[in-house]
Write a protein that binds this ligand. Structure first.
Ligand code: 15L
Length: 270
């Protein structure tokens, strides 16, 4: 990583699992980072970074934190399936604050979207980025809303976004589903670098998965325009993980896996 962003970068959700990975990697690469989260930052502050606790629902503070920033890596908010009322505040109102801050600063948003925006697509298909959303719960629905808000701000205000539909970003894949959805920390970090440094991104969608060939659910997207391709893969785990399935027909049928099963009450499966 040689090039550095011209302006500081705001990273929300900095105290979360992926926020901590990015704070460390980008801080070590010399990026000037403004870190924020509703929870305290648990690690030593990377060089060139400052941290301030903030609630995404506090729009005034979000505007202030974004002052002077050229990009916002938005990893904050609820990151798993939760009841609707718990999601509205951080993921809908909070997201509006992020986009208003981006509009004011003429900053770019890199939005941590999710595979759960399309969780109710069947695993037998290979999706393109423009295929319809099929959220598998209120969390996935909030991420689809986030992508649509980004589209609105692009069309109406020229605010650029990269929507990254993150699969399963963990130290390593742990079940058969992740032979398709695994996204290594290194591939994630390299994508963040390209998403910030690429001169023009418009409103781009990228599937956040490593080069998983043993099982592929996600196809065409805007990665080439960003000059990004994943380098890692879950394929080496196929022998060990292929049999690690849930046994649940709903989970195993759809891309969203266990999220599809949460609160599922359809009686028949056509
Ligand atoms: C996500 O969007 C979640 O944030 C993460 O906790 C995992 O559940 C991941 O999706 C996944 O689908 O594995």
């Amino acid at each position: 990583m040689t090039d550095l962003p011209a302006k500081p970068v705001l990273l929300t959700g900095a105290s979360g699992a992926l926020g901590r990975v990015l704070a460390r990697a980008l801080g070590e690469a010399g990026w000037r980072l403004v870190l924020t989260d509703i929870a305290p930052f648990p690690d030593a502050l990377p060089p060139g970074a400052r941290f301030e606790r903030a609630d995404l629902e506090d729009g005034v503070t979000i505007l202030r934190l974004a002052e002077g920033c050229g990009a916002i890596l938005h990893f904050g908010g609820v990151s798993v399936e939760r009841p609707f009322e718990e999601i509205i505040g951080p993921n809908l109102r909070g997201l509006y604050h992020i986009y208003e801050a981006a509009r004011r600063e003429r900053a770019r948003v890199v939005f941590a979207s999710s595979n759960h925006t399309v969780g109710f697509h069947e695993r037998a298909t290979t999706l393109a980025a423009e295929d319809p959303f099929r959220p598998d719960g209120y969390y996935g629905l909030s991420k689809a809303y986030g992508e649509l808000m980004g589209r609105l701000y692009w069309m109406k205000h020229g605010v650029e976004s990269v929507f990254v539909r993150i699969g399963s970003s963990l130290p390593e894949p742990v079940n058969a589903r992740m032979l398709a959805s695994y996204f290594s920390f290194a591939d994630l970090t390299r994508l963040m670098v390209r998403a910030v440094l690429t001169e023009r991104v418009g409103a781009s969608v990228v599937w956040g998965a490593s080069a998983n060939q043993a099982m592929t659910w996600w196809g065409a997207d805007d990665r080439a325009a960003l000059g990004w391709a994943p380098a890692d893969s879950a394929d080496g785990f196929a022998g060990r993980l292929a049999g690690k399935v849930s046994g649940d027909p709903v989970e195993e049928r759809y891309m969203g896996g266990a999220y599809c099963r949460i609160g599922y009450s359809r009686e028949e499966m056509a």
